[in-house]
Design a protein around this ligand. Sequence first.
Ligand code: ZN
Length: 125
Amino acid sequence: MIEKIPEDKQIKIDDESLRIITDETFKSAQIEREARPKVKNMVKGVDSRFSTAHHFSNLLKCQCGGRLRKKVQKTSRQTHHYYYCRNHELYGNEVCKYRNLQREEELLDWVSEELREFVDYISNY
Ligand SMILES: [Zn+2]
């Protein structure tokens, strides 16, 4: 089953959606975050605000409309965090011909870069 998500709730990786956030929205989001009680975010002694677990699972979508799913691969040396298309994994090429494998660290780099550009943009505004 392919889930339909309304256009206004989709986040597209290839558009400049970060740029349409107004100064005001950005500021109020920061204020809101500051105001949030820290105790609330503590889960079993781990501050969940800084957890990267599944950060992108609900945000990223494949061209086929499927959500990306997180996969953690452990080797003896290191742990790899990947995202890939759920539809491709479950149904193969008939439903989705893109695998869309993304490394989490590359996604984080991308997000950092976008944020940097956004900060540059609003400071020149
Ligand atoms: Zn897909």
